[in-house]
Ligand binder design. Sequence first.
Ligand code: TRP
Length: 330
Amino acid sequence: MPRVLSGIQPTADSFHLGNYLGALRNWVAMQQEYQTFFSIVDLHAITVPTDPDELRNRTRLSYAQLLAFGLDPERSCIFVQSQVPQHAELAWVMQCLTGFGEASRMTQFKDKSAREGGESASVGLFTYPVLQAADILLYQADRVPVGEDQRQHLELTRDLSQRFNGRYGNTFVVPEAYIVKDTARVVDLQNPLAKMSKSLPAGCLFLLDDPKAMEKKIKRAVTDSVGEVHFDPVNQPGVSNLLVVVAAMSDRSVADVTDEFGGGGYGPLKQAAADVILPFARDFADRVEALMADRAELDRIMDDGARRARNVAEVTIADVYDKVGLRRSK
Ligand code: TRP
């Protein structure tokens, strides 16, 4: 079976509907067809200033949420990145293969460092994409499911793997990006021109939020002045988003949902969205709560995931050390 690896940062108390429909739901499905590795990338989280207790809590809570979505620790290797020291080790080797100019061209770094105040952004933020490359290459992943915004990081990963293979001999699988299709791209409920994001909380549906708050956000979702439902993402982005969400949450096609609500008013469509999202969120929150309540059991699952990840990662890093001329002591 081909291997898949992906990662997500533990930077919020709750994943949101966009995380689920745009990525995590697909991770769950991929468990059937691939050998799957999924990571909570906490080393990436500390590239910007992070409160230690908040990071600790969010890492556990994020892990519990992955399980609650349906990632199965028997089928998938699910691990916390910092518990697998090989990530940092390979990242260093890869940093020494990355050009300063090459890293400087990463657009996400430019955007994020501007937000972090330019010169005061960390060197870790600068080398973030190289750590991401190490995440992927350690497991010899064939495919990497990511959003469109990660395409450049995947290109860098491919370049670095080919460079290493060229310089030191064949070592890494050259991974392919697996860009999740746009149909599940959920936009912000207040500003339908932006992707749903935790950094815009007013229009973001956090799945562990209070149900009343979620319902309010759905009912107040921005629509338009057309006055009736059509699937028209350009002229009616808010309404089209609701159609997409209802379709995705009920495993129907957008065409089918549009047949049902097309030509009608916005109220019934919003009600339908609430009717599919709220019960899902309630079940999800219950599962997360149960997982968080048994601390010892969650620790056991996390430790087991990390141990399995280390076993795979060690094979790669031992080979890398040997090829580069570093002696790996036992
Ligand atoms: N940079 C990714 C994101 O922001 C997260 C990530 C870190 C990742 N390491 C990864 C994704 C490895 C895929 C593979 O979404």
